[in-house]
Ligand binder design. Structure first.
Ligand code: FAD
Ligand code: HEM
Length: 388
């Protein structure tokens, strides 16, 4: 809980700090990577730095956390913290790095705010930083402790690589050492460390799709403008060994029997496959409505696998939208106004941000409770920081 001394200072400065975040963050990262270039080797995504997305997410989340503390003095934004902690844990982030971020972030804040960064203001924001850091550190410790091994990454050998619709490589792995294999909850992801031509390693997250026990399988959509997926598509071969993290992620199957709506677009099918597979394994009788949007039926990744899982569930059905028309149920972008969604249903969404925003607002404006709508974004979660 924020102290009585800091509360009025945060209330008076939160808006200014939030507004200055876009200016503070480039300076923060310049300082941090200047002092610690090794953090770009195996920890931070270089592309997120270039696009400026992750910087906004990290620093912006601290301003958002401060505003939350002002509005809800007795609680923390648990789901926001949990999402960040899972991402951090998938990268093997250690507690002793928190002072690094503190030092460079606050150096940048002081430089940007100038005389406005009085000792009282700096002290109040330091309190916010460490409240958030300690909440994250404690969640991350629990996540690490829940794993059957103490290695953030372990080596896995590629056993299969095949292409599927829409330029997606489906890759299977088996353990390449005797590290205990952590069981994955359906919907979780792993980080993979990929060596780059200039001699560093770049991590990216990929959702685990159904695979035999003790193995891993991921589906990697090629981003021609990206750094890592072209390397995975071009360089990764059967027999190669890559480091994979233990599984993390909080978009998992909740223990309930209420109807479930799974809305995906493009490569956003991956968590849905994991959830559908888990329902099949449990012999679930739940009503499941699967909604998928894609450019065309040929682009739809792992389409046959998804259709088969739906067919295997007694109370599941599927509806498709293809931008280019053709053999789907609808032409154009997903529009759920014609889909009758039971009011008690949980809605799980995954796809590009514009898709998520559009479908979420359709669901909410139809009167569906927002706390029953869950989503996964395949990138830094700016939505979480900025809201609608
Ligand atoms: P990046 O290098 O990250 O680039 C992304 C974008 O940044 C590019 O399109 C480009 O616009 C810009 N960019 C990059 N470099 C430059 C540059 N030098 N100059 C200018 N702009 C640049 N993906 C899947 O395919 N399947 C999954 O199952 C999956 N699951 C995920 C689960 C989670 C929880 C998360 C967070 C992500 C998931 N992703 C998944 C996305 C994946 O992690 C990668 O973000 C994605 O594959 C792109 O990686 P990349 O390295 O090719 O692109
Ligand atoms: C990701 C917040 C500390 C490294 C993130 C994200 C947020 C965040 C909001 C984006 C989550 C998402 O992708 O949805 C914070 C806060 C911190 C903190 C509030 C301190 C209180 C740290 C530290 C490090 C770190 C100490 C390491 C030095 C990363 C990395 C990512 C990330 C590598 C993944 C994104 C990328 O690769 O660009 N953090 N973080 N964070 N954080 Fe942190």
């Amino acid at each position: 809980m924020l102290s009585d001394t800091s509360r009025p200072i945060i209330a008076a400065t939160a808006a200014v700090v939030a507004e200055r975040i876009p200016f503070i963050t480039p300076e923060f990262y310049k300082r941090m990577f200047g002092a610690r270039p090794d953090l770009l080797d195996g920890m931070f995504s270089r592309s997120n730095q270039i696009t400026g997305e992750q910087p906004k997410a990290l620093a912006g989340s601290i301003a958002a956390f401060a505003i939350w503390l002002l509005q809800h003095p007795d609680s923390y934004p648990e789901s926001v913290l949990s999402r960040i902690a899972h991402k951090h844990a998938s990268l093997g982030l250690k507690e002793d790095e928190y002072p690094t971020v503190y030092e460079h972030l606050f150096g940048a804040i002081a430089a940007d705010l100038g005389d406005a960064a009085t000792p009282e203001v700096v002290e109040a924001w330091t309190e916010v930083y460490w409240l958030m850091a300690h909440a994250l550190i404690s969640m991350e410790k629990n996540l690490y402790a829940s794993q059957p091994n103490d290695k953030p990454f372990s080596p896995w050998r590629v056993t299969k690589k095949e292409m599927t619709g829409g330029n997606v490589a489906v890759i299977s792995f088996e353990p390449a050492d005797d590290t205990a294999v952590a069981p994955a909850r359906p919907g979780q992801y792993v980080s993979i460390e990929v060596p780059t031509p200039d001699g560093i390693r770049q991590p990216r997250q990929f959702t685990l799709i159904p695979a035999p026990a003790g193995t891993r399988r991921i589906a990697v959509k090629l981003d021609p403008n990206g750094e890592v997926t072209p390397l995975i598509h071009e360089k990764l071969r059967v027999g190669d060994v890559y480091d994979l993290s233990n599984p993390y992620g909080d978009l998992v199957l909740r223990d309930t029997q209420v109807p479930l709506v799974l809305a995906s677009a493009g490569i956003g099918v991956t968590p849905m496959l994991a959830l559908l597979h888990a329902l099949c394994e449990r012999g679930s009788q739940r009503e499941v409505i699967v909604l998928h949007a894609d450019r065309s039926s040929a682009e739809w990744p792992l389409a046959d696998e998804m259709k088969q899982l739906v067919a295997d569930l007694p109370n599941a059905r599927i509806e498709t939208w293809f931008e280019e028309g053709g053999d789907g149920d609808h032409e154009g972008y997903m529009d759920i106004s014609g889909v009758s969604i039971p009011w008690e249903a949980n809605v799980v969404m995954c796809g590009p941000l514009p898709f998520l925003k559009a479908v979420r607002s359709q669901v909410i404006s139809s009167g569906h409770p927002s706390e029953q709508v869950f989503y996964e974004i395949f990138g830094p979660d700016l939505w979480l920081v900025q809201g609608e």
